[in-house]
Write a protein that binds this ligand. Structure first.
Ligand SMILES: C[S@@+](CC[C@H](N)C(=O)[O-])C[C@H]1O[C@@H](n2cnc3c(N)ncnc32)[C@H](O)[C@@H]1O
Length: 354
């Protein structure tokens, strides 16, 4: 497997802008949602030019939150999130590549002036050794990361560090690249495939095992899209393997169970989260319409009741009764472009899990 030094060289010297990427893996083809455009318009062009993310890492309801961005690069997401948390919140970016951080730091004053407040800082370090950085345990509401975990040489250590730094009720909300099978050594060793966020991608079920082993028993898939490898030099190397960019959310809630259990509970969304008056998407399978009694499993109930989302819901039921496994749980491959399904059918599998 390529080393951290090789990854630093790739992002520090080989790539100088998004245009240098050789595949579309580290390049968010989802497009930019309308609400994000004005935020990006306030970010310095040098920062935007070196954006290598694969998804959107801005969950709702961030005002006042303290956020950590793992592998922040030149800081596009940090500076976007800085505007979403506002002056009462803060964002810390961590990256191991000096050249990336130099660009991020060079524009600190520019962004403080643009926003009217300074709530951002950057730290140099590796995300496998977060305990070596001056970050207080249990001090972050949300940890994000965009197209970085696949590059890590010790993914379990990263998740352990995340577990240590999240507040109770906090969440890891991150986009990364996954693959539908375990990749052969020859693919994992290829320096270009690795640098482009493909060679180090986890087989999706190994990611779920890793997350559960790190104390996140019920990872929730928010969105996904397939990454087509069309480059003539790379396509033959990956063969039939199919790659996906996916966004997951992992909640730090001690009581979560390893399966979706049915306690006969339901929630009602009040429609009060800014910019989400009609519907709240907990994940790709829970599109919760305003005012509707929406049956949920015990884990979904807790993901809403034990987090920053609680004031925006009415909770029906408790854990005093149990009715078996919540209906609709499957264990097949999770990626099927849930967003597209949602658009064509309107409602996504209301009440089913995972
Ligand atoms: C694909 S880029 C994504 C950068 C940024 N998140 C973005 O969306 O533009 C990967 C970044 O992760 C950083 N990185 C990779 N492995 C890392 C590690 N183990 N510790 C810290 N940073 C790492 C690289 O230096 C690079 O800046």
């Amino acid at each position: 497997m390529p080393t951290q030094a090789a990854v630093q060289a790739y992002y520090g010297q080989e790539l100088t802008s998004t245009a240098d990427l050789k595949t579309s893996a580290c390049c968010d083809a989802d497009g930019v949602p309308d609400w994000l455009r004005p935020l990006l318009a306030r970010i310095h062009p040098d920062v935007l030019a070196r954006y290598y993310g694969c998804g959107l890492v801005c969950p709702p309801l961030l005002e006042g939150c303290r956020i950590l961005d793992l592998g922040c690069g030149t800081g596009r997401d940090v500076y976007a999130l800085a505007q979403l948390v506002g002056p009462s919140g803060s964002v810390v970016g961590v990256d191991m590549t000096a050249e990336q951080l130099a660009v991020a730091r060079e524009h600190l004053a520019f962004h403080a002036e643009q926003f009217g407040y300074a709530n951002v800082s950057f730290l140099e370090g590796t995300i496998e050794a977060l305990e070596a950085l001056p970050l207080k345990p249990g001090s972050f509401d949300v940890i994000v990361s965009n197209c970085v975990l696949n590059l890590s040489t010790d993914k379990a250590a990263v998740l352990q560090g995340v577990k240590r730094l999240l507040k109770p009720g906090g969440e890891l909300y991150f986009s990364d690249v996954y693959v539908d099978r375990r990749l052969p050594e020859s693919v994992r060793r290829d320096p270009v495939l690795y640098g482009e966020c493909l060679g180090g991608a986890l087989y999706w079920n190994d990611f779920l095992r890793l997350a559960k082993g790190a104390g996140f028993p019920d990872p929730r898939l928010v969105s996904d899209r397939e990454i087509k490898i069309t480059e003539p030099a790379l396509a033959p190397l990956v063969g039939e393997a199919r790659f996906y960019a996916a966004t997951y959310r992992l909640f730090q809630i001690a009581e979560l169970e390893d399966a979706c259990e049915d306690h006969g509970q339901a929630v009602i969304y009040r429609g009060t989260i800014p910019q989400h008056p009609h519907r709240f998407d907990l994940d790709g399978h829970h599109a919760i319409e305003t005012g509707r009694v929406f049956p949920v499993c015990g884990n979904s109930f807790r993901m809403l009741q034990a987090t920053r989302f609680a004031p925006h819901f009415t909770f029906i039921g408790d854990f005093s009764r149990h009715y078996g496994l919540f209906p609709g749980r499957g264990n097949s491959m999770p990626f099927a472009d849930v967003a597209a399904t949602k658009e064509t059918t309107g409602v996504v599998d209301s009440g089913s899990c995972c």
